[in-house]
Design a protein around this ligand. Structure first.
Ligand SMILES: CC(C)(COP(=O)(O)OP(=O)(O)OC[C@H]1O[C@@H](n2cnc3c(N)ncnc32)[C@H](O)[C@@H]1OP(=O)(O)O)[C@@H](O)C(=O)NCCC(=O)NCCS
Length: 232
C-alpha cells in the first residue's frame, strides 16, 4: 500500500519515468487554459471516450474554466508538462473533485496523452494527486471507470486496495488513501515538483448498481458511444 507524503499545492516536481523521460508535475493554474485545450485536441477518440464517457468533440469555454480554475482544496488538478517555461506541452492531467455530500470523498480522473501512455505517467500523476488529496482532508477516492478500461482499473490500485461496484458498462471504484511519510517512489523524482448524474470530474455517471467483487479487467458489455449524452 502506498503511503502518501505531505506536500503543498505550489510544489513543482521533476519526475523521471521508468522509460527515462522526464516530466514536470505541478498544480494546474488558470493560465493553463491553452495548454489543456491543446492537450485535449491531441487526445484520440478512444481516450476521450474513456475519460469523459462520451465522444466529446471539444471543450466549451465553461468546461475549460472549470478544469483550470481549481481551488486546490475541494478541487485539485496536477498537470504533467514537458518543455521549458513559455514552451510547455501538457502530456497528462489528474484531478479530484470533492463530493458535495461527503467531504472525505472525492471523484478522481486521470488522462495521459496517447503517446505517453504505458510509461508510468498515470501512476506518477495519481500518486502526486493522492498526496495533495490527503493534505486537503480527502481520505477516499472514487472513480467511475468504463469496465473495458483495464489500464485505469489497474492504475487505481497504485494507491491501495480497491473495492468496486458494477453499474452497467461502468465500474465504480473506491480506493482508501493512506497518509504517511515518506511517499513511495514514483520511479524517481526531485523537488522543487445510463441515466444518472454528472460525475464531479466531468463525465456522466450512472447510478450505482448491484455490488460485485472486483471485476476482471476488460470484463463487461461494450460501450456504445451514442448511448451516453454529452457530460456538461
Ligand atoms: C488510464 C490512463 C490514465 C493510464 O495512464 P498510463 O500512464 O498509461 O498508466 P501507467 O503507465 O502509469 O500504468 C498504470 C498501470 O496500468 C497498467 N496499464 C497501462 N496501460 C495499460 C493497458 N493498455 N492495458 C492494461 N493495463 C495497462 C500498467 O501496467 C500499470 O499497472 P501495474 O502498475 O500493475 O503494472 C491512460 O491510459 C489514459 O489516459 N487513458 C485514456 C483516458 C482514461 O481512460 N482516463 C481514465 C478515466 S476515469
Amino acid at each position: 500500500m502506498v503511503m502518501l507524503r505531505r506536500t503543498t499545492p505550489d510544489e513543482e516536481r521533476r519526475t523521471v519515468l521508468a522509460a527515462g523521460r522526464a516530466v514536470t508535475l505541478r498544480a494546474v493554474r488558470p493560465e493553463d487554459a491553452a495548454l489543456l485545450v491543446e492537450g485535449f485536441e491531441r487526445l484520440s477518440a478512444e481516450s476521450r471516450l474513456r475519460r469523459f464517457h462520451s465522444p466529446l468533440p471539444g471543450l466549451a469555454p465553461g468546461q475549460v474554466e472549470f478544469l483550470t480554475r481549481v481551488d486546490h482544496h475541494d478541487h485539485e488538478a496536477i498537470v504533467a508538462t514537458i518543455g521549458g517555461l513559455g514552451a510547455e506541452t501538457g502530456v497528462g492531467v489528474a484531478r479530484y473533485v470533492r463530493s458535495r455530500t461527503d467531504p472525505d470523498e472525492a471523484d478522481v480522473a486521470v488522462t495521459v496523452s496517447d503517446e505517453w501512455q504505458g510509461r508510468g505517467l498515470g501512476a506518477a500523476l495519481l500518486r502526486r494527486l493522492g498526496e495533495r488529496a490527503v493534505d486537503e482532508g480527502v481520505t477516499r477516492f472514487t472513480a467511475d471507470v468504463l469496465a473495458v478500461n483495464s489500464a485505469m482499473l489497474r492504475l487505481l490500485r497504485v494507491l491501495g486496495p480497491t473495492t468496486a461496484e458494477r453499474a452497467g458498462p461502468e465500474v465504480c471504484v473506491t480506493v482508501e488513501l493512506t497518509p504517511g511519510q515518506p511517499g513511495p517512489a514514483a520511479p524517481s523524482s526531485s523537488g522543487s515538483d445510463g441515466g444518472g448524474s454528472v460525475g464531479r470530474t466531468g463525465h456522466r455517471r450512472r447510478h450505482r448498481g448491484r455490488v460485485e467483487e472486483r471485476p476482471a479487467a476488460g470484463e463487461g458489455p461494450t460501450w456504445t458511444r451514442s448511448a451516453r449524452p454529452t457530460p456538461w
